[in-house]
Design a protein around this ligand. Structure first.
Ligand code: MG
Length: 443
């Protein structure tokens, strides 16, 4: 029966059902049948020493599969069974086309939720489904999100040194490569400062482990910013990561003290547990603030964005469950003029980097992207890594993420490869840092 005749005869619901069934048959005969999940596997590899976890979803259609990043490097071994023992049996046989629906089903399937292990497991599935949809469409994922807002992602990368002149020299090298934004960090003599070496000095302490004192760090960082502005000029954009090393009231004062250096952003000046203090900082200075790489729960980022307490949301997409929730965070940010600055460390697979760059080019309220170069062994495992040129990171234009994983190459670099003995003893986890008196601190 023809469409017009059907609508006339039944005049409504039954006809619509018939038409839907016809459309399904038409899609199947045109080769557009909805794929179903046939297998889910996990690729665990450490080509650069850092532990990477990637989820692969294989469908029942020949040659159609996808990859997602599920990297939680400090607890990587726990993400693998979260995928294999829980999400895999939950998802086998499902149609791959309803990504948002699958995300919510997975999210609810553990009842207790919002932790980094479970969020990463879901993210691996979520990104793999976006990859599959892109491959089906013959389009990169950014096209599925509405297409590009910009040609490429403007990036910053890291300049560090045990001493200030070393940091400045490294910053100059980065600027010569074409970067316009540089994160500067300097070591504190004898102390385990974040992002830079401590040098050869030693600090007297009541224990034998790494030592950190926030007051010494703040003095040193302010000297670095002063020298950076003098040596590197006014045009270069400077960034800095406190890495939650301060007491909240120190953070308030530090944010005020750095205002005159006009940082592009000051990152993680508070720990997630202390985010109410952002209201105090906001009342006292106009230092541009970035926050969020440790966030895993919507109630962490929602008030900071909706009250305009930060300028850049710095979530790590796999830590919140993948592309699906991250693009909603970006949309929330756009409503309040909070820009994105997705976390882009070395312990992120190239699939995760492509997720970041996809959001960077497809979301209007993009701010900046953190760039970490891919090691040559990483490029051996992940073929088709996105290209960096003059400080701009270009997304792949191939379908999906545009990346293929060489599983044989991945198997050559199991967890523990190239790890120093202490990290191996901790199974890829972090150690501890303490104040002089032995108090453990966040790091
Ligand atoms: Mg950081």
């Amino acid at each position: 029966m023809k469409r017009r005749d059907l609508l006339k005869a039944a005049g409504g619901f039954l006809a619509m059902r018939e038409l839907a069934a016809q459309a399904k048959v038409e899609r199947a005969t045109r080769g557009l049948a909805v794929p179903r999940i046939k297998d889910i596997s996990v690729i665990a590899t450490a080509p650069q020493g850092l532990r990477l976890v990637v989820v692969k979803i294989t469908t029942d259609q020949d040659g159609l599969y996808g990859y997602g990043c599920a990297t939680f490097t400090q607890r990587a071994d726990l993400v693998v069974p979260a995928v294999e023992k829980y999400l895999k049996p939950f998802l086998l046989g499902r149609a791959t086309d309803r990504i948002d629906d699958i995300w919510h089903a997975c999210y609810d399937s553990s009842y207790w939720r919002n932790g980094p292990v479970l969020n990463n497991a879901i993210a691996g599935v979520d990104m793999a489904l976006w990859d599959i949809k892109g491959r089906q469409a013959g389009m990169p994922v950014y096209e599925l999100l509405g297409g590009k807002c910009r040609e490429a992602a403007d990036c910053y990368t890291h300049a560090a040194g045990a001493e200030i002149p070393e940091t400045i020299a490294n910053a100059r090298r980065i600027i010569e490569q074409g970067f316009r934004h540089v994160r500067v960090q300097v070591g504190v003599p004898g102390m385990a400062g974040y992002g830079a070496s401590r040098g050869n000095a030693a600090v007297a302490a009541l224990h034998d482990g790494p030592v950190f004192e926030p007051a010494a760090y703040m003095r040193r960082a302010l000297q670095l910013f002063e020298a950076s502005r003098t040596e590197l000029g006014e045009e270069i954009e400077l960034l800095h990561d406190v890495h939650e090393r301060l007491h909240p009231i120190q953070a308030v004062r530090f944010a005020k003290d750095v205002e005159k250096f006009r940082l592009f952003f000051l990152e993680d000046v508070l720990a997630p547990e202390d985010i109410d203090y952002f209201r105090l900082i906001r009342k006292q200075c106009a230092t541009q603030l970035a926050m969020g790489e440790l966030f895993t729960h919507p109630l962490e980022w929602t008030p900071l964005i909706s009250e305009r307490l930060i300028d850049f949301i710095r979530i790590h997409p796999s830590m919140v469950g993948g592309l699906t929730p991250a693009r909603k965070v970006a949309a929330l940010g756009e409503a309040f003029n909070v820009r994105t600055a997705w976390h882009g460390p070395g312990d992120l697979s190239p699939i995760g980097s492509m997720c970041n760059i996809t959001l960077d080019v497809a979301c209007h309220n993009f701010g900046i992207q953190e760039y970490s170069a891919f090691h040559e062994r990483t490029q051996e495992v992940f073929q088709g890594c996105p290209v960096m040129k003059n400080g701009y990171w270009y997304p792949n234009d191939a379908a999906g993420w545009g990346i293929e994983v060489d599983e044989k190459a991945a198997a050559k670099y199991p967890f523990g490869s190239f790890e120093e003995s202490e990290r191996k003893r901790l199974n890829g986890g972090w150690g501890e840092i303490r104040r002089r008196d032995g108090t453990v601190i966040k790091q």
